[in-house]
Structures are given as C-alpha cells and as structure tokens.
Design a protein around this ligand. Structure first.
Ligand SMILES: NC(=O)c1ccc[n+]([C@@H]2O[C@H](COP(=O)([O-])OP(=O)(O)OC[C@H]3O[C@@H](n4cnc5c(N)ncnc54)[C@H](O)[C@@H]3O)[C@@H](O)[C@H]2O)c1
Ligand SMILES: N[C@H](CO)Cc1c[nH]c[nH+]1
Ligand SMILES: [Zn+2]
Length: 422
C-alpha cells in the first residue's frame, strides 16, 4: 500500500455510485410495471434477472426447515448469542413517551409510536449477510414494530441463503419474500396481491435497489443510501502491525470500492503495516476484492504528530474508527466524526460487525459528520401532545393572535379568540 506523508488535510477516496440516466429510466419502468401488474411483474423480473421461475414468492416452512439442515447447531447457538447482545444494547436506546404538567394546568408531551410495518432488503449473492438481518430486525422489534417483512433475490435453486433464513426465523420473522432489485422495492412501497405495502424500507443493495429507494421515497420512508464499507485505524508506535493490517483487510474484503486507511504519526508502524498487508493479503480467499479495494481506495497517511493524525481522522469522518494508541480512551473526546469508535487492540472491527451488540449499519461517505448509525429511533415516530387549560389559553390567546396577524393569518388569530368572545 502507498505511504503518504500528510499534515491534517487528507481525503478519503470515496466512491458513491449514482447510476446512469438509463438505469434510472429502467428502474422507473420496473416500478411502474409492479404498480400495474403486481405479482405477475415480480415473477417476470425474477425470471429475467435471477433466472428462476417461482410459483410462490413467499418462503415456505419447508425451506426454513431445509435451511436449518444446512447450518451447524453451534452456529445457530452463536446467532442466538449475538442476537441477545444486539437486543440488550438496543433495549437501552428505547425512548419512552413522556408528559409534563405546568402550574397553569397545561400538559405537554411526546407520544412515541412504533412504525406499523417495515421492509428489509437483504442483497443477493455474497452480500447476503445473516448478521445484517439481526442488525435491522432487532431494533425494529425493540421499537415495537408489529409487521417486519424481508425481501431478497432468490438464488439459482429458487431459495434464499440458509444463514439468512435461519437468522430471520430465529427472530420470528414470518414474511420473507423471494424477490430482489427495484421490483422488490416497488412491491414494498406500493404493494402487490401477495406483498402488502410497508411504511419504511431499510437495507443496502446494488445500484438498481439504491435508485428504486430514491424513487419511492415520499410514498414510504427509507433509511439511507449506504455506500461501501470504510475503516480508519488511528495508531501510534505502540500498535501491533499485524493486528492493524488484519483489521484494515477485514473491511477491504467487503467490496472493491471499500476503503481502508491507516493514519499514524509513526513511519516505523506505517512501513511494518504496509509489509504485513502484502503478507496477509496473499493468503486471503477474497484476495482479489481486497487488493482492488486497497489499490483504489486504501492509504497509509503519516503525520508529524498525533494531534495532526486526530485532525485527519475528523476530516475523514469514517464509518468505523479504530484507535490503537497507548491510551485510546484519552482520545475519545477529540473524535468528532465517526460512525462507530473501537477502542484498543481487543476491539477489532468485526467484534462490532457481528457480536458486541452495537449496530453495524453505520454512516458512510463522510455522512458521519451529520448522521448516526441505525438505531431504535429509526423505527418509531414521535407525536407532540398538547393539552392547554382554560387558564393557560386565557392568559396567552392575545399573544398567539398577535403572532398570527404578524404572519397575515387572520383565521388563526380568530380561532384562539373565538373561545373568549363576549
Ligand atoms: N453498505 C452495506 O452495508 C452493504 C452491505 C451488503 C451489501 N452491499 C451492497 O449490496 C450490493 C449487492 O449487489 P447484488 O447485485 O449482489 O445484489 P442485489 O440484491 O443488490 O441486487 C440483485 C438484483 O439486482 C437486479 N438487477 C441486476 N441486474 C439488473 C439490470 N441489468 N437491470 C435491472 N435490475 C437488475 C435484479 O433484480 C437482482 O435481483 C453490492 O453493491 C454491495 O456493495 C452493501
Ligand atoms: N462491515 C459491514 C458494514 O460496514 C457490515 C458487515 C456485515 N458482515 C460483515 N460485516
Ligand atoms: Zn464487515
């Protein structure tokens, strides 16, 4: 990997795929077709893009049972343990409704209500992660969402990966449909004979999925348009090069467009990590993907001081930040932008991807500057509650009317005055 000497101005070489006008038109046509022709359109696109003809779109009990036969019992136990950790963490994020009463009898509050129905898109191919099923479904359940639907494109055998089905079944998800791409997003937004519409759509996918999510936004809510995975490791001379290299590779193997960056004031560590990466890369099964990712989007930045390195991290605003310095806890206050912060050498990034309990759906592409990872908040909405007493309105209606007239809204003013007309 290339080593660059930098001060505090660095940039993450990010790639945000926006799609072509032709792809957008194609997505619009698919959405329109699903709106008009429902299940029939879903089955036709599944045949065209996924190469399978399906009689039924819904995953059957028999498919779930077959999935369990393909997965070791020990892995099922591990899925359960990870699910418990994720549930425990997200329970702490739960917000309660609240009310407050003033002396004049006014009651103000906020009513927290779970969304009625949400849809989770699970991408096809090697990106069908059982862990992402846990990370999306559990916060929805903690929030109290009643109806949770999963959609995902079928494989050549006309079913979904065993790990995805087992993870979904372990959480008690009953509605799982074998449909992917823009057609799945259209079905979740507008409904078909088989798939009832939902209120919000979650989950990553390829460019067709991303474009479809953008198009249906407004009809339904969407979570975010997630970009490729990112990791920045902030390390000093106390870090172990083999561990830093392994963690950088853990995200590079996700995608050719993933970005893995080391920022360090130690040239010695930089040189060792570069060598370790070459060594470890050679024996990685997903070597080609990781190599392409490191070549295009990877970097080792060497700064003069640790302070400059911290500035660089804030500039990068990464999805994942690992701090491997002598006293990682002492630096946390200076980190302003990062989706998740992993402290110390035993908090390797995959700990968060799978098991610690924190969510692995995190802001990418620098959006950690202004947004946060997936949480229970994304599965609820909040209604303001107002109960004004007679005394409170009597004392304040003339002020309210004055503000209304300032805005030229006479009916607003008269509405509050009406109560006190002699
Ligand atoms: N950011 C994250 O957290 C994260 C996690 C996992 C996966 N991903 C992303 O998910 C994506 C997975 O992509 P994938 O393609 O394997 O699965 P996918 O499920 O996103 O897309 C498959 C579907 O794309 C549609 N499609 C394919 N070619 C088409 C065409 N020419 N016209 C119209 N529709 C077409 C088909 O309907 C097919 O079912 C990758 O881009 C990966 O980076 C991101
Ligand atoms: N690191 C990914 C998000 O950036 C999430 C993931 C799923 N499985 C493994 N990793
Ligand atoms: Zn990962």
């Amino acid at each position: 990997m290339k080593i660059e000497r930098v001060a505090n101005t660095v940039s993450l070489k990010r790639s945000l795929e926006t799609g072509t006008e032709e792809q957008r038109q194609q997505v619009l046509a698919i959405i329109d077709d699903v709106k008009r022709n429902g299940d029939q359109a879903l089955k036709e696109y599944t045949k065209r893009f996924d190469g399978v003809s399906l009689d039924s779109l819904q995953v059957s009990e028999a498919e779930i049972a077959q999935a369990y036969e393909k997965i070791d019992d020990e892995i099922v136990q591990v899925i359960r343990e990870a699910a418990d950790n994720i549930r425990d963490y997200h329970e702490r994020q739960k917000r309660e409704s609240w009310m407050t009463m003033k002396e004049d009898g006014t009651i103000l509050g906020q009513k927290v209500t779970p969304l009625d129905a949400v849809g989770l898109y699970v991408p096809g191919g090697t990106a069908a992660y059982p862990s992402s099923v846990l990370m999306n479904v559990i916060p929805a359940q903690v929030a109290g969402v009643k109806r949770i639907v999963i959609v995902s494109p079928p494989n050549e055998q006309g079913t979904l990966p065993a790990g995805v089905l087992v993870a979904a079944n372990e959480l008690g998800v009953k509605e799982i449909y074998k449909v992917g791409g823009a057609q799945a997003i259209a079905a979740l937004a507008y409904g078909t004979e088989t798939i009832q519409p939902v209120d919000k759509i979650f989950g990553p996918g390829n460019i067709y999925v991303a474009l479809a999510k953008r198009e249906v936004f407004g009809q339904v809510a969407i979570d975010m348009i997630a970009g490729p995975s990112e990791i920045v490791v902030l390390a000093d001379e106390t870090a172990k090069a083999n561990e830093v290299a392994a963690d950088l590779l853990s995200q590079a193997e996700h995608d050719e467009r993933a970005s893995s960056i080391l920022v360090t004031p130690s040239m010695k560590l930089a040189l060792e990590v570069a060598r370790e990466i070459e060594r470890q890369l050679e024996v990685l099964p997903r070597k080609e993907i990781a190599k392409a990712s490191l070549e295009q989007y990877g970097a080792i930045y060497v700064t003069d001081t640790l302070e400059e390195a911290i500035d660089a991290v804030n500039e990068l605003a990464p999805e994942h930040l690992e701090i491997m310095t002598a006293e990682p806890m002492n630096l946390i206050g200076q980190i302003r932008h990062a989706g998740a912060i992993f402290l110390g050498r035993f908090s390797s990034e995959p700990v968060g991807d799978y098991f610690a309990g924190t969510n692995h759906v995190l802001p990418t592409n620098g959006t950690a500057r202004f947004s946060s990872g997936l949480s229970v908040d994304e599965f609820v909405k909040k209604s303001s509650v107002i109960l004004y007493s007679e005394q409170a309105l009597k004392e304040n209606y003339q002020k309210i009317a004055a503000l209304a007239r300032l805005e030229g809204l006479e009916a607003h003013a008269r509405a509050v005055e009406e109560r006190f007309k002699k």
